[in-house]
Every structure is written in structure tokens, then in C-alpha cells.
Design a protein around this ligand. Structure first.
Ligand code: PMP
Length: 404
């Protein structure tokens, strides 16, 4: 850490709540796949703010959309209509093929929206008594940090001390379709899942699992709701990660990259069959669907298509995955991933992932340790082949040093 970084870190530690333990670097500028710290050192961003910066930092088209809209109109609340939101809603429907979208701000809000939709759908359509609806989730999930969402986290730290927790959730092993069928009751409203578990350590379910879940849910009249906050919008090499299994969920949750890495934008998407449950006054937020967010998200979706970033993610991701899998190093237990969403699992008896992440950071490569044992690589989808090859070399060399 340079002198400016040290002073800023000290301020953060003095005046900020201690709910994070950030890696030792203080960033002040970003452009494309690169970030600079306050002392002028350059880093390759291989995590994109947990997949939110898919278009790279300060993408010129997105910055232009943001600044132009900020100078025109930023916020009115949904008590009034604005001239930008309808364009986003229409574009989301055209691109993703759902009748309607409910725009909110952060990922967790979109998950909460989906949970409310599912519960009310069960009540009004399936005639489950109010307060009795059940939602099935997966072990090792991550869907956000609200009091309701942490209630069904398998992570003890997320729940401990934050009670009373919200009832109505059952957790089953990720990747186990039989467990889903066994957990369903007449009160089950929905099955909420991540098609690839991101925060859980880039966990890819067995082939065929999701298609079976879709069939089971259809048979039992249970909503299949995909949290694609992290996997969606090209990250996994498809528009939605559910497409890898040919599955179209009843509801889709988007966030992160939808805001172009510039501001929080999230949404819950579903067909009229589900979305009809929301009546005026049922749900909303001050900033959800604001014209600034809508203008940026609309441009972000246009960039995604026009720059062919989904195809890039698939091609470059496959190349990078193969390159990492070819590294011969006793520290590596497994490398797995889809598209540009890759996890490298380390042998934690030899090296904790946090140490490896700090070691890579010192070599100018930003990654993130997850669950002590997995290094995550999720660069902006605009990354070039040459930059990815260089990253693979840095990772190979850094792990070789650590294995000494
Ligand atoms: N769902 C998934 C799958 C996520 O990965 C995340 C964030 N890591 C969230 C929901 C929560 O999103 P946010 O942090 O915007 O609330």
C-alpha cells in the first residue's frame, strides 16, 4: 500500500462500520478492464464487482447515457410515468421473452419482489391460505442480505444474531431433483434457485438437474424462479444461464450488470399469469424504474447485443477455462465454470484462497476469494483474448510461487 492508500484506509477503518474486510487496495479510477489505485498502480479487473461491471469500467456509451439523462431528468418516483422506463420495459420483454417486468434497484430487492409475487400467486391462484405459502430454496445459496433472505441462507454468519427470522422456507441440496420433489407440499409456491451458485463458490449443478426441476415444478404447479442476478445477461456464455439446460423459468431475477456497472438496476420478470398478482399499491420503491436507471439499463442491453458480448463470454470463457485447467500445480483442486464465470478451487490445507487473492493483487490482478477455498474470475465481458491469456500466465506464475 502506498501512502495515500494507507491514509484513506485508516479513515475508512475509523469512521466506517466494520461490515467488510476489504483487500488492501484503494481504487480511484477505472477504464475498460483496468483499475488504478490512488497511488497510480494498475490492476486487471478479474471480478467486475461480482459480475456487475460486465461492460467494463466507464464504457463510453454508458457514461454518455448516464450523463445525458442526469442532465435531463433523473427521478420522479413511480407516482408519475417517465419517458425512459417504457423503453426499458419493452426492450426487456423483447430480449428475454417475458410479458412484464417490475423494476427495482438492487438484486436483493428483486429477490424480495419475486418472493412476494410467488406468495401472493400461491394465495390467489392456488388458494393457499395467507401466511401458509412455502418456498423451496437450495443449500449454499446466496440471494442477498435482507432479514427475510438471510432467513434461508445456509451461512450461519448471515443469520446468527439477526433473528427473529422469516418462516416459510425449506432448503434442499443444490443439484438434487429428487429432494425437490420430496420437499413439495400443497402449500409450495415456488422453487427459487441460482442456475450456477456464484457466492457459494461457482458451483455448477449436474447436467439435467434443472430440466428435471422444471418438469417437477410444472407437474406440481409450483413456480420455477431463477435468480440470474449474477449469471444473467451473458455472464455464463448465454443470455440466461438457464438456457444451458433449455429451461425457461416462470420468473427471472436480474440485477448487477443490468445497471451497466454504473448504478443499481434490478428487475423481476414474469408472464402475466404471475405478474397479475400485483395491484396498484402492492409493492414499489422510490428509485425503482427511475429515468436515469432506465436510460442506462436500456443502453447496457443495447451494448450487450451490439458488441456481441454473450458470444464473447462463451468463446473467451471456454478458452480461459481450458487454459486454467491445463495448469499443473499441486495447489489446484479443480477449475470449473461457464462463460466468463470461473472458479479455481484451491487445496486449503496448503494455501487459503484469501492469501492467493492477495498474492495475485500484488501482481496486479484483482480476484476474490470465496468460502476460503475458491478464487473467482469474472472479468468484464469486453476483455480481449490477449488480456485473458496474460491473466492466465499471471495466475500460473503466482500459484507456482505459492506452491514453492
Ligand atoms: N442474487 C445473487 C445470485 C447474487 O449473486 C447477489 C449478489 N452477490 C444478489 C442476489 C444480491 O444482489 P445485491 O447485492 O444487488 O442486493
Amino acid at each position: 500500500l502506498g501512502p495515500t492508500s494507507l491514509v484513506l484506509r485508516q479513515r475508512e477503518e475509523l469512521f466506517g462500520a466494520r461490515n467488510y474486510a476489504p483487500l488492501p487496495v484503494v481504487f480511484s479510477r477505472g477504464e475498460g478492464v483496468w483499475l488504478w489505485d490512488v497511488d497510480g498502480h494498475r490492476y486487471l479487473d478479474m471480478m467486475s464487482a461480482y459480475s456487475a461491471v460486465s461492460f467494463g469500467h466507464s464504457h463510453p456509451r454508458l457514461v454518455k447515457a448516464l450523463t445525458e439523462q442526469a442532465g435531463r431528468l433523473a427521478l420522479t418516483s413511480r407516482a408519475y410515468s417517465n419517458d425512459r422506463l417504457p423503453l426499458l420495459l419493452e426492450q426487456l420483454s423483447a430480449l428475454l421473452g417475458y410479458d412484464r417486468a417490475l423494476p427495482v434497484n438492487t438484486g436483493l430487492e428483486a429477490v424480495e419482489t419475486a418472493l412476494k409475487a410467488a406468495r401472493k400467486w400461491a394465495h390467489t391462484i392456488k388458494h393457499v391460505p395467507d401466511g401458509q405459502a412455502e418456498i423451496i430454496v437450495c443449500d449454499n445459496n446466496f440471494h442477498g442480505r435482507s432479514t427475510t433472505i438471510v432467513s434461508f441462507s445456509s451461512e450461519e454468519q448471515y443469520r446468527h444474531g439477526f433473528g427473529p427470522l422469516t418462516p416459510g422456507f425449506r432448503s434442499i441440496p443444490f443439484g438434487d431433483a429428487d429432494a425437490l420433489e420430496a420437499a413439495i407440499t400443497p402449500h409450495t409456491a415456488a422453487f427459487l434457485f441460482e442456475p450456477i451458485q456464484g457466492e457459494g463458490g461457482i458451483v455448477i449443478p449436474p447436467a439435467g438437474w434443472l430440466a428435471r426441476c422444471a418438469e417437477i415444478c410444472r407437474r406440481h404447479d409450483v413456480l420455477l424462479i431463477a435468480d440470474e442476478v449474477q449469471t444473467g445477461l451473458g455472464r455464463s456464455g448465454r443470455l440466461l444461464a438457464c438456457e444451458h439446460e433449455g429451461v425457461r423459468p416462470d420468473g427471472v431475477i436480474l440485477g448487477k450488470a443490468l445497471g451497466g456497472g454504473l448504478l443499481p438496476v434490478a428487475a423481476f420478470l414474469a408472464d402475466e399469469r404471475v405478474m397479475q398478482v400485483f395491484q396498484p399499491g402492492d409493492h414499489g420503491s422510490t428509485f425503482g424504474g427511475n429515468p436515469l436507471a432506465a436510460a442506462v439499463a436500456t443502453e447496457a442491453l443495447a451494448v450487450l447485443t451490439e458488441e456481441r458480448l454473450i458470444e464473447r463470454s462463451a468463446q473467451l470463457g471456454a478458452r480461459f477455462l481450458a487454459r486454467l485447467q491445463a495448469i499443473d500445480n499441486p495447489l489446484i483442486r479443480e477449475v470449473r465454470g461457464r462463460g466468463l464465470m470461473i472458479g479455481l478451487e484451491l487445496d486449503t490445507h496448503r494455501v487459503p484462497a484469501r492469501i492467493a487473492a492477495e498474492w495475485l493483487l500484488a501482481r496486479g490482478l484483482m480476484t476474490k476469494d470465496t468460502h476460503e477455498k475458491v478464487l473467482r474470475f469474472a472479468p468484464p465481458l469486453i476483455i480481449t483474448e490477449a488480456e485473458l491469456d496474460a491473466a492466465a500466465r499471471t495466475i500460473e506464475e503466482a500459484l507456482a510461487d505459492l506452491a514453492q
